[in-house]
Ligand binder design. Structure first.
Ligand SMILES: Cc1ncc(COP(=O)(O)O)c(C=O)c1O
Length: 505
């Protein structure tokens, strides 16, 4: 293991702690945090992360960013500029890529449709937009893919399929989050041979094997089973079906707390050895589909501790002002927490103690609003400690799998205020900047539902609204100034509407 760490906690909030915490008006800051969490964004981090990932895996194959992890246009564009490929789970993700400027040429070469259990309409639209690489693990998927290519007159052999294999012997690969993929995805060796025969019968190409060990797999040996399985099947496919499989797609699962060199130093020699043991050269392409590793540190959430309860068995129940209910699937997602206490209005970092354990919850009145169970917290988080009312928490890793699910979903909780580091710094020191940021943040948010609304309205439902093109809306959503202007326009219209229609009998 290297002494290096992964990018999980690299964020201006940590790196410039003195700069923002020294001038902070502590009590005002806590008041703000009681109203809403902060989501502090640093999307440029994805560029460094990609470069670091590329140094380890860029020379052996294509790196496909898993769009589901964070579809922020800034992130997608930065990765496009780097020449990255992309993994999509739905057609909507491809739309987001196209709206961010991905060309048909790149789509044909570097987009993997990674969901193996696809909707026919998604397949059709993806084919029309140029996608030629698909993962699969079932006959139904292969059949409808074939029907669609026949209908669209696409050359069968140009369709390249990766067969998704099981990642472990049983239903779980490891102990981390999302490691029970085998319950839904993947096939065993015999099934893989049957799928390959079906693909060949349709005249399509079997291009590779893939498997996903589970998101946030800190232990690189969790890939071993899939690698060995892929190596032995590569040999069988050659002997039994006469085909050469040139790609091994290691998919995602890389934990951003772990240095990518640690994965490389285990995985590349492991692949070499496993293929050699079967009398084969290493695969020509060793592709990857990282999601979480590339974007986890592009956002942090900052919330405040609201309540601490001690259960009968000594477990502490810590309730924060932010959690799963307003941020999507944050549960156990390899997050990391830093705790700060305000003393005389200034922030001081608290040390976590392994022997003081807690379950961390958001403020919804539900047991599923749980961020983490049984993790180390500082001793100061105790119900008898009056200073515990002045503790705030920086939640690392919120850039992956949370932003796009953010919603006002349970108990009417206000979603976090989203801004970059500089605006955050201004907000916590100046009341004027804070008031402005509040309006801007919610103005911008009010524009977002339009994106969904627009997909339903056609010129049959409304002449005027239906005439607006999706691309025009995309242009607004992509431009922070325009989006803000639109949000303000909506808020003003609401105000006019209220004046004209409400409270008049
Ligand atoms: C097919 C596929 N590829 C890549 C990923 C990205 O995984 P991660 O974010 O853990 O790297 C996922 C996530 O579920 C996936 O299903």
């Amino acid at each position: 293991m290297s002494t290096k760490k992964g990018p999980l906690t690299h964020h201006p909030i940590v790196e410039h702690f003195e700069e923002w915490s020294a001038p902070v008006n502590g009590n005002k800051f806590l008041e703000q945090l009681a109203r809403h969490a902060y989501r502090v964004c640093n999307y440029d981090a994805v560029k460094d992360n990609y470069d670091t990932f590329y140094d380890s895996f860029g020379k052996v194959g294509t790196i496909h960013f898993a769009v589901k992890a964070n579809a922020e246009p800034h992130v997608l564009k930065a990765l496009m500029a780097k020449g990255a490929g992309f993994e999509i789970a739905t057609y909507s993700e491809l739309r987001l890529l196209i709206e961010s400027g991905l060309t048909k040429e790149v789509i044909m070469q570097k987009v993997n449709f990674g969901q193996t259990q696809k909707e026919r309409l998604d397949i059709r639209k993806a084919l029309q937009d140029g996608v030629r690489n698909f993962s699969t693990d079932n006959i139904h998927d292969i059949r409808i893919l074939n029907e669609e290519i026949e209908d669209l007159d696409i050359e069968n052999k140009d369709i390249k399929l990766q067969i998704r294999l099981f990642n472990a012997e049983g239903t779980r690969s490891g102990e981390g989050f999302s490691q029970s993929f085998n319950k839904r995805y993947g096939v065993n060796g015999e099934q893989a041979i049957e799928l390959a025969k079906q693909i060949l019968d349709y005249g399509m190409t079997v291009s590779g094997f893939t498997f996903h060990p589970g998101s946030g797999s800190a232990d690189p040996t969790l890939w071993d089973y899939g690698i060995e399985h892929a190596a032995s099947l590569t040999k069988r496919m050659k002997e039994e079906l006469g085909i050469s499989i040139s790609t091994l797609n290691l998919s995602g699962g890389f934990d951003p707390a772990v240095a990518i060199e640690d994965y490389r130093d285990h995985l590349l020699p492991k692949i070499e050895a496993a293929y050699k043991a079967e009398g084969l050269p290493a695969p020509e392409h060793i592709d990857t589909e990282p999601g979480r590793w590339l974007v986890a540190n592009t956002e942090v959430l900052i919330g405040k501790v609201s309540n601490i309860k001690i259960n009968e068995d000594g477990t502490r129940i810590v309730t924060l002002t932010t959690g799963v209910s307003e941020n999507g699937t944050l549960t156990g997602l390899g997050l990391d927490y830093d705790y700060f206490i305000l003393k005389y209005g200034k922030a001081h970092k608290l040390e976590k103690r392994e022997d003081v354990r807690a379950n961390i919850h958001g403020r919804a009145c539900a047991d599923f609003d749980v961020l983490e169970e049984d993790i180390a917290i500082p001793e100061e988080l105790h119900p008898d400690n009056i200073l515990a009312d002045k503790v705030f928490v920086v939640i690392h890793g919120a850039g992956a799998y949370s932003h796009y699910m953010e919603r006002n979903f349970w108990c009417g909780i206000t979603p976090p205020m989203k801004l970059n580091y500089t605006d955050f710094k201004n907000c916590i020191t100046s009341e004027e900047s804070y008031e402005l940021a509040l309006v801007n943040s919610y103005a911008e948010r009010s524009g977002l539902p339009l994106k969904n609304a627009m997909t339903f309205i056609t010129d049959r439902t409304s002449d005027k609204i239906g005439a607006i093109k999706g691309a025009q809306i995309a242009e607004i959503l992509d431009n922070p100034q325009l989006l803000n202007k639109l949000g303000m326009h909506l808020l003003h219209s609401v105000a006019d509407f209220v004046h004209e229609n409400v409270g008049k009998k």
